[in-house]
Design a protein around this ligand. Structure first.
Ligand code: SF4
Length: 697
């Protein structure tokens, strides 16, 4: 019998709808869901290869303690006892969860509830910290809440689309396809790509600004200074709906045109062209992704962009607005339930005593974390110096993906008690687990995810649970129960989703953005058939808000947005010993640390091995030949990869993909080079602009 199931792709933040067809013999085929509003039937190479990645080779199928198979009761009792013992002896802040944008919202909800409301610590952080936390911080500073004001359709309706720090063609391919199709239909549409590298996204660009690493703040400050003295400035919007424009303008105008040229590395003609494009086209969308977020000034970059849209009133209207493109399939869902160390739940604030009291009363919980917990980089530093005695890592591989990856591996290795929940048995991280718990993978698990345009969609299971694997939410609820807590008797993900929906509307008079109270009474049948929808959907109206802030209504106490006055800080980290700049990033056909996409020979054939893109002049100066091996070194580590000499790369900069790990290529974990430097507002690590030395190997 043939079974067709509508689900979503587990890779990037576009959140494409997928139809999985299971044939009578168990064969699975996938295709794009023509009815899903994110992709209308399109899929990229990764999404269309999903069926090739669901085999059971390499899976962990049974709970293990110290590498030996055991039963769930033994494993879960041990986890509960070890966490309880650490808390009793050293306090709640001696334990931590490090989770993932791969988790479904229901998993995230239970993890956040257990840690913040019952254990009483906010030491839960996620690999989303490495992905989009600077956007979260920027949104909260400007809007008073972490709200994305627009929708994907705006990218098609805009007359100018600015893509900054985003290789959309490879990292959000279906959105790229949508923009490319819109440009074909309307050739007057202009695309600007701001990136030190000439990426594949530049194929549709009318203007490529090969900016210096971290030159974005100066660029958008320069743009604000230009707009403020042009007819484009929207004084009515500024006066009615914002605060702080004079201070932001004062900072921006203090930067001379010559300084902007120096800091961005861009010639005057290109800068003027960019400023004019923004000035003379009302319908402008500015998209920002990891090239903006993964920076020690990531939050300032986000606010420098938002400042320009507020100054022109170009926000929340058709084809206009700042637009954060999240990297992961459920980074947004994690934000909604408060799965970051500095957030609470349903977009409430951990630093707000009224919010803490409200959530504690709702959960009827014995305690509530009173302050922000350790963000990812600080969390692993606390593991390293012994403050964290018990650590639970779920659905992520920090030994490969965290900055200063060698130090992170040493910290995990030395931690007294490490639990890893994963689908694979032998990841670089799972290898160090005292307790390894088998989780469900894509095609097996059930829940919801939220994409970059605030659209909540179902991920549905259509495969049998392999071995004794169980859902992550179930594992955490079981441990919560075994630690003696009530409030974890969930029978299904639908029950968790309903609780999350009720909390989002609890004592919410419209002063909070995230409200999906319309789904408060959803039952198993309703959850099974849940169609994609955008938040908010309050119970009172039952209809979603598609765009925000065209008429103000921000989530600050006075309902006005905040301009953020920004300093353009120095971005050059190079030195005599480390004279080049490394940027890390993704390639088209792999995802994160390759634990899934590495299973597909088709995906691996696009680019078969790790590489460093090097400008021909740098290669010549250093005696490097194309296709030879090169060694990259920073104060934190070394990697060895293949040289790819190309003029796509800017002089003085090197690009290395983030995906490879020891399983696929020895000495290619590029995050071993990345310093644990973070943005002061978001705590997001600077995975770009890393000072390195380069030599032939
Ligand atoms: Fe999956 Fe993203 Fe590709 Fe869509 S664009 S199929 S969500 S990887």
């Amino acid at each position: 019998m043939v079974k067709e199931v509508k689900t979503t792709c587990p890779y990037c933040g576009v959140g494409c709808g997928v139809i999985a067809t299971v044939e009578g013999d168990g064969t699975v085929a996938v295709k794009g869901d023509p009815e899903h509003p994110a992709n209308f039937g399109r899929l990229c190479s990764k999404g269309s290869a999903l069926a090739e990645t669901i085999g059971l080779d390499g899976r962990v199928l049974f709970p293990e303690v110290l590498g030996q198979r055991t039963g769930w009761d033994v494993a879960l009792d041990l986890v509960a006892r070890k966490f309880s013992d650490a808390i009793a002896e050293h306090g709640p802040d001696s334990v931590a969860f490090y989770v993932s944008g791969q988790l479904l919202t229901e998993d995230y909800y239970v993890a956040n509830k257990l840690m913040k409301g019952f254990i009483g610590s906010a030491n839960i952080d996620t690999n989303s910290r490495l992905c989009m936390s600077s956007s979260v911080a920027g949104h909260r500073r400007a809007f008073g809440a972490d709200t994305v004001p627009g929708v994907y359709e705006d990218l098609e309706l805009a007359d100018v689309v600015i893509l900054t720090g985003s290789n959309l063609a490879w990292c959000h391919p279906v959105l790229y396809q949508r923009i490319a199709a819109a440009k074909t239909a309307r050739p007057a549409m202009r695309i600007v790509v701001i990136d030190p590298r000439r990426t594949m996204t530049c194929d549709i660009a009318d203007l490529h600004l090969a900016i210096r690493p971290d030159g974005d703040v100066a660029l958008f400050m320069g743009l604000l200074g230009h707009l403020a003295v042009s007819p484009t400035i929207d004084r009515d919007y500024i006066d009615a709906h914002t605060q702080g424009f004079p201070e932001a303008f004062a900072k921006a105008s203090a930067l001379s045109f010559t300084e902007i040229m120096e800091r961005t590395g861009l010639p005057a003609m290109q800068l003027r062209k960019f400023f004019r494009l923004f000035e003379t086209n009302e319908k402008v969308v500015t998209c920002y992704s990891q090239g903006v977020n993964q920076s020690s000034s990531g939050t300032d970059k986000v606010n420098a962009i938002i400042n320009c849209h507020l100054a022109t009133g170009r926000i929340g209207r058709l084809g206009m607005g700042p637009f954060s493109l999240t990297g992961q399939p459920n980074a947004m869902g994690g934000r909604e339930v408060g799965g970051l160390a500095n957030m609470l739940a349903a977009h409430m604030a951990i630093e707000n005593p009224e919010d803490r009291d409200r959530v504690q009363r709702f959960w009827a919980s014995p305690t509530m974390a009173e302050k922000a917990g350790l963000k990812a980089v600080d969390m692993f530093k606390a593991v390293a110096d012994g403050r964290i005695k018990a650590l639970w890592i779920m659905a992520t591989n920090p030994v490969v993906s965290m900055p200063d990856a060698d130090a992170v591996e040493a910290a995990i290795k030395a931690c007294p008690f490490v639990v890893v929940s994963d689908i694979l048995r032998d990841t670089d991280t799972a290898r160090h687990a005292h307790v390894l718990l088998p989780s469900l993978g894509w095609g097996e698990k059930d829940g919801t995810v939220t994409n970059s345009e605030r659209r909540i969609s179902r991920q549905r299971g259509f495969l049998a649970f392999p071995g004794e694997a169980r859902a992550d939410w179930w594992q955490m609820a079981e441990v919560g129960r075994r630690m003696g807590f009530s409030g974890f008797d969930y029978a299904s993900p639908a029950e968790i989703f309903a609780e999350h929906a009720v909390l989002s509307a609890f004592e919410n008079s419209g002063s909070r953005d995230f409200d999906i109270g319309a789904y408060a009474h959803i039952d198993d049948a309703g959850y099974r058939t849940l169609a994609p929808f955008q938040w908010p959907q309050p119970a009172a109206t039952g209809s979603c808000v598609t765009r925000f802030f065209a008429e103000g209504g921000f989530y600050t106490p006075d309902r006005k947005a905040r301009f953020i006055p920004i300093e353009a800080s120095s971005a050059d980290r190079t030195s005599e010993n480390y004279p080049l700049t490394l940027n890390t990033g993704r390639i088209r056909d792999h995802w994160h640390t390759m634990t899934r996409t590495g299973k597909s020979p088709r995906l691996s054939s696009h680019i078969a091995e790790p590489f460093a893109e090097i400008h021909p002049r740098d290669a010549m100066d250093l005696g490097i030949r194309g296709a030879g091996l090169v060694e990259l070194e920073s104060p934190h580590g070394k990697v060895i990869v293949r040289a790819l000499v190309t003029e796509r790369q800017a002089l003085g900069s090197v690009f290395v993909p983030m995906h490879w790990n020891d399983q696929f290529a020895a000495k290619a974990r590029v995050d071993a080079l990345v310093a644990p430097v973070t943005d002061p507002h978001s705590g997001q690590p600077a995975s770009k602009n890393v000072a390195i030395a380069l030599r032939p190997f």
